[in-house]
Structures are given as C-alpha cells and as structure tokens.
Design a protein around this ligand. Structure first.
Ligand code: ADP
Ligand code: ZN
Length: 767
C-alpha cells in the first residue's frame, strides 16, 4: 500500500511509530503513521516499513507503536512512512526482544541486529526469483588471449582463471567472495565475448531432490535414553532448560536430537537445528527428513524468493522443523520447543560482521525467551559450555545470571565401535628427503600404503591452502608481504601468483625480497603442494583435493563427497572441509599433515582449536568394524593440546585449560572485547585509540573498577592501544584495545563502548 504523502504533511497531531533502521547509529527513529485505509490494520511491531531516511529510502522494522513522540523530537521534522510492507509481522515478539539483547551485547543498533535476522530478500522488497551467475563462453578463450590478458589486464586474467577453474556457472556472490574483485573485469570480459552472464533459473535443490523414506528410530542405548528422558521432561514441563550433550564422535548425538524434535512436534511445538555450514549436506538433511517429514532447509544456495517463501511458511506454522547454518537461528518459528546447536564448539557459529554474535549464546538466549529447550551438542564442547555445565565451576562470568546447563554424557560409540588409535610423529626427528619439503613422514607413508593396499580409504588434513604459505628471504630473513596488508603472501601455483588471504589481492610471484632484494625461497606446505607430493608417492591412487580453490561451486563439494562415498576416490585431501561431520565407514586412515598450524595464532583459544581439530578429524576414522588409525604429524608433539587429543582426553584438557583461563581472566571467567581501530591516516588512528582508551579507563575508574595504577583485582583490565597481529589491512593502519572484565564491570563502561562503536573505523568484537 502506497501512502499519499501530501495528505499527511499537514497532520503533525498524527500517530507515531518507532522504526529500527539498519544504521550504525544506536537509536530508533520516529515516523508518522498514515491514516487507516480501507479497513487495514495499523502495522504492529515486527512489520517492515519503507521510510524516507536522509535523501534515500530505507526499509526498517517497526519496534514501537505507542503513538507518542519521544521527548526532544521536533514533530515538524518527523516524516511519514512511505509504505507498510507486511500485513502480518514477520518477526515474533521474542525475536524483536532477542535482537534488542543482541544489539546491546554486541554494540550495534537494534535495526542492524534485526537486519541480520531477516533474510537478505526481505531487507529489500522485490525478492529475486533467480540467482545471477557467470560462466566462461565455451571455446572462446585461447592461449593467446590468456597471455595477453595476463600482461595487460591482470584483473580480467584473474577473473577468467577463476571461472575456468570453477568449471561451470559460478554464482556472482561466490565470485565476489572468492576473488575480492568487482564486477568490472567481468563486464570487460563479456564485451570481448569471453564470458557470459546468466541466471540460474530454477535452483536444483540438492535437498529436495532426494526421496527420503521414513525410517524407524533404532533402539536407544541406555545413555541416549537417559538424555532423551531428561529433554522430554523439560519439554513436558514447558520450561526453559539448556543441555550440553557431550558425546564422543559417533556416539549417536543426532539420534537424541531427533527424539527431542519428535517430542516437540507431538506437542505441537517447532524445532530449529543449527549445524555448521560445511556440515549442511544432503547426508545430514536426509536424516532429519526421514524422521521429521517436511523440513525447511535454510542454506546459502536458496534464491531470495525461495527464502522468502520458506520464511513465510515457517512464520505461518506450515513448516515446523528448520535445519540450517547460523542464521537459521532467527527463523520466525511460532511456539518454539527445541533449539539444537550441533557441533556447538565450531567457530563458524560466530558471526564476523556486525552484529558479532555467537549463535551458541543467542540460541540459549532465544530458548530462555521462548521457554524452550536448548541442546548444545559436541564431542569437544567449547570451554564456555563445559564450564557452564559443571556445577562446581565457580567464578565464571555468567555465574548466577543464567539457569545452569545440564550435562548429558554419551561416553561410548554406538554399536561398540572404538575411538581410533592416534599415533604422533615428531617431525623434528624425521629427515627430509633431499630438496623436498616433507609432506608425509615415513610412518604416515607406510600407513597410507597399507590402507591403499587393503582398498580402504584415507582422509588427509592440512589446514593451509595454496602451494606454500610464505616466501622467506635467505639474506634478511624477512618474508614477502602484501603491499596493502601486513600479511605474508601465499603462493598459489595453479595461478602462478602470490595471493593475500586477507584482501584477496593477487601479485606476480616475487623475484627478490621486497626489503633487501635478496634471494627468496618458498617455505612451508599448502594443500596444493601436499597433493602433488602425495600423488608423486602414490601415482596410482585416485585423489581429490578439497579446499577453497577447488570448491568454487557448491556443486563441486557434493560431487566430490559423492565420488568419495561411492569409492571412486581413494584419498581425500583438504582443509577444514574434510575435518567436519563426514561419516564414511570405509575411511580407516586419517592423516593430520601438520597439527601445529592452529597453534600459531595469537589467540587465547589457539590450544582449544588445535585440540578440537585433531579430535574432530580423528573422529572421521574407524566408523566401522574395520576400525581405524590416525597419524598426527607435529613439530611440537609435547604441546598439551596435542598430547590430550592423542589420549582422547577432553576432560583432562578442559580442566587444565580452564585453570589457565581463570588465571588470565579469559572467557568463561571474564568477558573479552577486542576494539579494532583503523584509518588510512596513522596519526589519526593513533590519536583516536588513545582517546578511546583514556575514556574507557576514566569510566572504569569512576565506576570503581580500576585503580591507578591498575591492579589485578579490579575486575576490569584495559590493555592498549597496541599493535594488532595484522597491523595494516587493505591499506588501513590498525590499532587494538583489549578490554577484559566481569559482566558487571563491562556494564559500567557500556556507555563509553557504545559511543565508541558508532565512530567511523571502530569495531568492537566480543571474543
Ligand atoms: P554423532 O553425531 O554423535 O557423531 P551419529 O548420531 O552420527 O553420531 O551416530 C553415528 C551412527 O550410529 C549413525 O549412523 C547412527 O544412525 C547410528 N546410531 C545412532 N544411535 C543408534 C542406536 N541407538 N542404535 C543403532 N545405531 C545408532
Ligand atoms: Zn592484502
């Protein structure tokens, strides 16, 4: 309905609504409500409206309808809303409140938090029915053209190379993400007749296509039964309860989720299941379809229109179970009974753009608001969840502020399978072959040879893509950096280019050191180099590499997994993509080529990540009676994260790690905020960071949380400004300030943080 604007301007006595807009400014905006028209209802909170905002028009969400203008707002400056876009609110009252809370916790505006909940399609008003794609024009590209572009138009050359590598129509969105390029090189290529834009007319839904037969639940093992009983009890009582389902890989966690969902459905309530994006495979979805019938799958391949339809179907109660990645958490499910977060320790549940929320925390919050049950499942729970489920764990930041989480353990693999034996190879004791970087030391080579001889399958994991992660200078010892970022360039051999993994910039491989013009050499191993080396050792093995360079299209991922499942591939080598969620009983060997990569990050969670990664990837082996073995190569095998992972000792690891966290007040014993400040101008960023750090210290001092000089007992620690690990990114100079403290202490300086968050070049990230 379009409002006639003229008739409204003379009516300052009209009714007002509050609208939350997707802007950095952390407040809501007042607009005039149009007079009621032909029996239509007024918009209620949760409806989207189009409004004038500055010189443009914007879509926002109605959050207040009390009709009054907030004091201080000049009624003559209030403009009317242009159009009401929804007759029924798209967002439930619980979701509105959840967004508000999320905005508070992550220092963004209510409108920005709401925008993050809505599918992109609903942030605009005309949902697209198709997905734009781009592909190489068949037979148009010759060697001559390629080398000419390479010399004269490197960006076009790069765009073309990526499309050729993709081997089919690539989604534009994907293209932008992967290359960091704009549309313009593609437009130039199109003019030359080398590429073609198109649209994926109908999305071939890999999830809908498969017939899924209903299956019968298996007889639960006693621990599964105990877990299901506990969840059922909470559901029957219709009270909020958080559970931590702590089950080793292969212990049948999914079966517990399924029973919980069935119970909720039987009571007329709905369920949401969050899985890491990478685990959102047809394999996973089929298991939920088989038991829960019609399941909405919210995945990144949907067109805007499909997403829109699904949202409405969920909102209207026609679809009662949703499976999806992080953002499925915001599905507008009425009468929600269960939220499941599978693999809750996964870092992909943390959103890295505003609002910087963690889905695990928001899931608990939503369950609380809705009186629902939240089940967090993992073989290696986050230390936050683990601590929350230990009644004796005193002193955590959230202590007292939440209902305690209940621990549900699953200690055995179902069917009596055992966790695989893990052996460690100390790379320091291995002699590299002459002139070669050692990808596999003899023990792993031998294990792989035996596996292949038995016609079984192997997974090799390396958390580093490209050919080699850096060039080192033999004269000055420096490494070759990206011209606009303070980051070493990675060599990607398929492009014969040096790539910055931060800004995606591509450079010709350096001939000499950029600092001293000395001779440079490639150091380290990436998946490209590993693939070459393994193939060289086992020329007859059928290999596939799975990383961001080979998986340029969604379809490629499914194809490779299908081929691996059928036995057309013997060795699957890749990054994180091969570590998560894969359930192939024929895999009897897992090799971790370098367990240490995760340990080199300057991050208080580095050990935890390393432990998780080894445990998860090891869990891919030995899922059948044939058993399995895991070989882990490491340069520092005595590291606690590695020794504990080898013993499958999560509990011991967690206890030790928590002690350390307690000592340094890291989560869960305190909250940590990382402020990143950036500007092209060094002087400006230095002045700004000092100013903000001072304001924070003053506020902390005034609130009695900081003494001068600061002591450890004050409950608030402000570090910096200091240099972040990456000092320069995309040409902008960066500084950081770390803030650590109890919930109460951070509350005391919340106002200062909020004001800082609205400034240009400032981001606040709750870690
Ligand atoms: P997890 O998620 O804990 O790694 P899954 O839920 O994937 O484990 O279960 C591993 C395998 O065991 C699956 O193939 C599943 O179908 C099977 N399974 C689970 N529970 C039972 C049970 N009670 N009886 C028989 N098989 C089961
Ligand atoms: Zn860069």
């Amino acid at each position: 309905m379009v409002v006639q604007q003229g008739s409204l301007f003379g009516a300052p006595e009209g009714r007002y609504v509050q609208v939350a807009l997707d802007t950095p400014v952390r407040r809501e905006f007042s607009y005039l409500l149009p007079p009621q028209q032909d029996g239509r209802e007024d918009p209620v909170p949760g409806c989207r409206v189009r409004v004038p905002f500055g010189s443009r028009s914007a879509i926002g969400v109605v959050v207040g309808v009390d009709g009054e203008l907030p004091s201080g707002v000049d009624p003559h400056r209030v403009r009317p809303i242009t159009e009401v876009l929804d007759e029924q609110p798209l967002l439930t009252p619980a979701l509105l409140r959840l967004a508000r809370q999320m905005a508070e916790d992550t220092f963004c505006s209510w409108g920005r938090a709401l925008a993050a909940m809505l599918p992109l399609a609903l942030r605009h008003d005309r949902p697209r029915r198709t997905i734009p794609v781009v592909e190489v024009e068949a037979d148009a590209v010759t060697e001559d053209i390629r080398s000419e572009l390479e010399n004269k138009q490197p960006k076009q050359a790069r765009a073309l190379a990526v499309l050729e590598q993709a081997g089919g129509p690539m989604e534009m969105r994907e293209f932008y993400n992967r290359t960091g390029l704009s549309r313009s090189p593609l437009t130039s290529l199109e003019k030359k007749g080398l590429v073609r834009f198109g649209r994926k007319q109908e999305f071939i839904d890999p999830f809908a296509g498969r017939e899924v037969a209903r299956d019968q639940p298996p007889q639960l093992v006693p621990e599964q039964q105990a877990a299901v009983d506990a969840v059922r009890e909470a559901l029957a009582a219709e009270v909020h309860q958080d559970f931590l389902l702590f089950g080793i890989t292969g212990s049948g966690k999914t079966e517990v989720y399924l029973h919980a969902l069935e119970t909720a459905l039987a009571a007329g309530r709905g369920g949401i299941v969050l899985v890491p994006e990478i685990a959102l495979t047809p394999q996973t979805v089929a298991r939920f379809r088989a038991r829960c019938g019609d399941v909405a799958v919210l995945h990144s391949g949907l067109t805007d229109a499909e997403r829109h339809d699904q949202w409405r179907a969920i909102r209207e109660g026609r679809l009662r179970v949703v499976v999806g990645a992080r953002s499925a958490l915001f599905a507008p499910m009425p009468n929600l009974g269960v939220i499941v977060v599978d693999e809750e320790h996964e870092s992909s549940f943390k959103q890295e753009t505003a609002p910087r929320y963690h889905a695990r925390e928001i899931a608990r919050e939503r369950a609380r608001l809705e009186g629902a049950v939240c089940i967090l499942g993992s073989a290696t729970p986050s230390l936050e969840s683990w601590a929350a489920a230990q009644p004796q764990q005193a002193g955590t930041a959230e202590e007292g502020s939440r209902t305690p989480m209940r621990l549900l353990p699953l200690r055995e693999r179902v069917g009596g399978g055992r966790l695989p034996h893990i052996e460690v190879v100390d790379l320091r004791e291995q002699k590299p072959e002459k002139g070669h970087w050692m990808v596999m030391a003899p023990p792993l080579q031998q294990a792989l040879a035996e596996t292949l001889a038995r016609k079984e399958r192997a997974i090799l994991f390396l958390n580093q893509r490209g050919f080699a992660p850096a060039w080192h200078c033999r004269t000055c010892g420096g490494s070759v950096h990206c011209p606009t970022c303070d980051v070493a360039l990675t060599y990607h051999r398929w492009r014969k280019k040096a790539l910055c993994h931060y800004c995606m910039r591509e450079e010709p491989p350096p001939a000499v050191c950029t600092h001293c013009r000395g001779k440079v050499e490639l150091v380290g191993i990436g998946t490209e180099r590993a693939e070459e080396s393994v193939q060289h050792l086992f020329p007859n093995a059928r290999m596939a590499r799975m990383d961001r360079d080979t998986m340029l299209r969604r379809e490629s991922y499914e194809e490779v997994l299908d081929a691996f499942g059928r036995g057309d591939i013997d060795i699957l080598l890749g990054t994180q993509m091969v570590a998560k969620g894969l359930d192939f009983p024929e895999v009897t060997l897992v090799g971790v080529l370098n367990a240490d990569t995760a340990l080199h990050h300057p991050d208080f969670r580095a050990s935890e990540r390393c432990f998780n990664l080894i445990s998860q990837v090891a869990g891919r082996a030995g899922r059948s009676s044939r058993g399995g073995r895991v070989v882990v190569q490491s340069w520092m095998p005595e590291h606690a994260a590695i020794t504990a992972a080898v013993r499958h000792d999560y509990i011991g690891f967690a206890a030790k790690e928590l002690e350390e966290r307690r000592l340094f007040r890291f989560p869960p014993f305190g909250q940590v905020l990382r402020l990143t400040l950036e500007s092209q101008d060094r002087a400006r960023v230095e002045a700004m960071s000092l100013e903000i750090a001072t304001a924070l210290r003053d506020a902390g001092h005034d609130a009695g949380f900081l003494s001068r000089p600061p002591s450890m007992n004050d409950g608030l620690i402000i570090l910096g400004p200091s240099l972040p690990p990456v000092e320069k990114l995309r040409g902008r100079i960066r500084r950081q300030i770390m803030v650590k403290g109890s919930r109460r202490a951070l509350q005391a300086i919340h106002g200062v943080l909020g004001t800082a968050s609205e400034r240009q070049g400032v981001t606040i990230d709750p870690l």
